[in-house]
Design a protein around this ligand. Structure first.
Ligand SMILES: O=C(O)c1cc(=O)[nH]c(=O)n1[C@@H]1O[C@H](COP(=O)(O)O)[C@@H](O)[C@H]1O
Length: 235
């Protein structure tokens, strides 16, 4: 796994889940060298976040564009083709076979890496049942990881609690990206499948996605530094 990640700092991806690009710039300035990789989700993507992505990339940061695309295959292909021109590192799509095949076609030979979201970390077995699924979380994650490997995407988004199952299915080359990370003592909020940074790294996650425990901390830089210390200690 280590060969996929050149810089230990890249293992921490900070979610810029803030309302405006000015709030995002403030966080990036505050974190300084503590963070090298940022995630832009819908909240910012619909509020100037694509320009922010280009700006961050021009400053040497890496960007994960979290759009969780899901549509008919042709529309996904065309959407992903547009994203390849932004220069972002990661893009999320939902792990439905048609969607993933469409996304792989749109990615083509570009440098964009596609991540397939298996089962959202705010879901437990009961939430999946409510959504009409007859599978437990772990079984759905395993099935979708298998389908993702066959479709040819580049990585999996799952809870760190499922890294072992997923690694077993996808082999050593695809990346595993885990949100739902909570340092000991921090509020889970709406997340249901959480692990600490240390547990996630020890379980084999390549990248940890963390938003509220950093961006809503009284001292975001200290919070990010503490998480990086945990990552370095467990890696
Ligand atoms: O694709 C994601 O990044 C994602 C997938 C998932 O299953 N769960 C999940 O929380 N996320 C994202 O990861 C971030 C987690 O944020 P916090 O719970 O505040 O750390 C949010 O931006 C979510 O949109």
């Amino acid at each position: 796994m280590a060969q996929k990640i050149n810089d230990l700092r890249d293992r921490m991806i900070v979610g810029l889940d803030v309302p405006t690009i000015w709030d995002a710039y403030r966080i990036v300035a505050t974190l300084g060298d503590e963070a090298s990789f940022y995630k832009i989700g819908y909240r910012l993507a619909f509020a100037g976040g694509l320009d922010l992505a280009r700006q961050l990339i021009s400053e040497g940061k890496k960007v994960f564009l979290d759009l969780k695309l899901h549509d008919i295959g042709n529309t996904v292909t065309e959407g992903v083709e547009s994203v390849t021109k932004l220069g972002v590192t990661f893009l999320t799509v939902h792990a439905y076979p048609q969607t993933m095949r469409g996304a792989v076609e749109g990615r083509g030979e570009s440098a964009l890496r596609l991540l397939a979201v298996t089962a959202l970390t705010s879901y437990d077995d009961g939430d999946l049942k409510d959504a009409g699924y007859g599978l437990a979380v772990r079984d759905l994650v395993r099935m979708r990881a298998q389908q993702a490997r066959i479709a040819g995407v580049d990585g999996i988004v799952c809870s760190a609690a499922e890294t072992e199952i997923v690694r077993d299915v996808i082999g050593p080359d695809m990346v595993i990206v885990t949100p739902g990370i909570r340092p000991a003592g921090s509020a889970a909020g709406d997340q249901k499948r959480t692990l600490t940074p240390t547990e996630a790294i020890r379980a084999g996650a390549d990248h940890l996605v963390i938003a509220r425990p950093i961006i809503r901390a009284a001292d975001p830089r200290a919070a990010a530094a503490a998480i990086m210390d945990e990552i370095a200690g467990a890696a």
